[in-house]
Design a protein around this ligand. Structure first.
Ligand SMILES: [Fe+2]
Length: 384
């Protein structure tokens, strides 16, 4: 019998106003001089003002520094410069604050603080990466779930490609989920990031990796997204919906300890080649991948349908899949996501460039149906 490891170690503080607990929590962890890692777009937001209020704007309370040069798709230099800023300011911890990019960069900076000579292209997950400096992760979007993830996606200097740096030691020590911080997200971004969370839950649930705990989390995550995302999309100030989406995003990311599927392999080149938002790319590819999988494995989406609130318990496997796929497609359209890659300036030439990259991406290795490069090309055309 193969042995499995199940681990859910991140301490998470959830609720409106959770951010105000930050100074107390830092003191509890023995941390006195954190480096806030974020991106330049966040500095002028309401979310950042709330962070300043919590940490003390005059900086006489908690002594904190800031590094705000993280790119939208973080590059290795962000990590290098962040580590330099940390050393120069003699900090003792990191607060990763923002969307997936800031969280990924904040988590990864700690690798260079342990091994300053490291080039990320030479990162080896088999080395000892435990004992990194403490990190508090605070998301300002509800989608990637990077705050509870064990990896950082960074564009490497050597290859100029996105690479997943994975090690359990990268986990944050503390996560604050405060819906006050996501109130300012515009509807379009709310929809796209929420679609990412939904895709994480659906793909991880249907991945063949054995992890029943994550499957339960994925199904509840789907249930929460279906209920809360339309509300957060319609009314950004709906704190209950915002909070539920933060929870669902974290659940989606916890669930993808089971790994993901072909949708994410299709989505990654859409971001690197066409500059598309990751969540939007998933939303546009998910229906085609679900159809491909369901045709080859009828009933695959029956329990996803039940989690969506559909009455498909007694339906035939084929009918249950069809009802679920229709529901998911319509759900995305109602969030203002117009289907069709062509509507976002993706062309046949892009597809020819992206298909080999999608095949080189590891996510499809846990698709419920194995896919070839030709299948992935076909799926792009299906989604076009
Ligand atoms: Fe994703």
């Amino acid at each position: 019998m193969t042995l499995s490891t199940f681990s859910f170690p991140t301490t998470t503080l959830f609720g409106a106003g959770a951010l105000s607990e930050l100074p107390k929590r830092l003191r509890g962890l023995g941390l006195a001089r954190p480096l806030v890692v974020t991106d330049p777009g966040l500095i002028h937001t309401e979310a950042f003002s709330l962070l300043e209020q919590s940490l003390g704007k005059d900086r006489r309370g908690t002594d904190w520094m800031i590094f705000s040069s993280v790119h939208p798709n973080p590059i290795e230099q962000d990590v290098v410069k962040g580590a330099e800023a940390y050393r120069a300011s003699k900090c003792d911890s990191i607060i990763a604050f923002g969307g997936g990019s800031a969280l990924d960069a904040g988590k990864a900076i700690r690798l260079l603080l342990k091994r300053p000579e490291l080039r990320l292209a030479e990162f080896d997950w088999r080395d000892d990466w435990y004992g990194l400096i403490p990190c508090v992760a605070i998301p300002t979007t509800a989608g990637t779930g990077s705050e509870v993830g064990r990896s950082s996606v960074i564009v490497l200097e050597k290859t100029q490609k996105k690479s997943v740096i994975f090690h359990p030691g990268l986990l944050a020590n503390l996560v604050l989920l405060d819906p006050e911080l996501t109130k300012g997200l515009p509807p379009k971004l709310t929809a796209a990031t929420g679609a990412d969370a939904l895709t994480h839950a659906i793909e991880s649930f249907t991945s063949p990796v054995f992890h029943p705990l994550c499957e339960g989390i994925a199904l509840e995550g789907i249930h929460i997204v279906v209920e809360a995302l339309p509300r957060a999309y319609r009314d950004g100030n709906d704190l209950d919906a915002r909070g539920k989406m933060l929870i669902a995003a974290a659940m989606g990311a916890v669930a993808f300890q089971k790994d993901l599927g072909a949708t994410h392999s299709l989505a990654h080149p859409l971001s690197t080649v066409c500059g598309m938002h990751h969540g939007l790319a998933n939303a546009l590819c998910l229906p085609a991948v679900m159809k491909f999988n369901a045709e080859r494995k009828p009933g695959l989406y029956q329990r996803v349908g039940i989690a969506c609130g559909l009455d498909v318990m007694r339906a035939s496997p084929k009918d249950a899949d069809e009802a679920t796929m229709s529901f998911v497609s319509e759900f995305l359209v109602k969030l203002g996501i117009r289907p069709g890659l062509r509507n976002y300036d993706v062309t046949e030439q892009h597809i020819e460039l992206m298909a080999p990259q999608a095949f080189a991406d590891a996510c499809h290795q846990t698709n419920p149906i194995p896919v070839t490069e030709s299948d992935l090309r076909q799926l792009y055309y299906e989604a076009l």
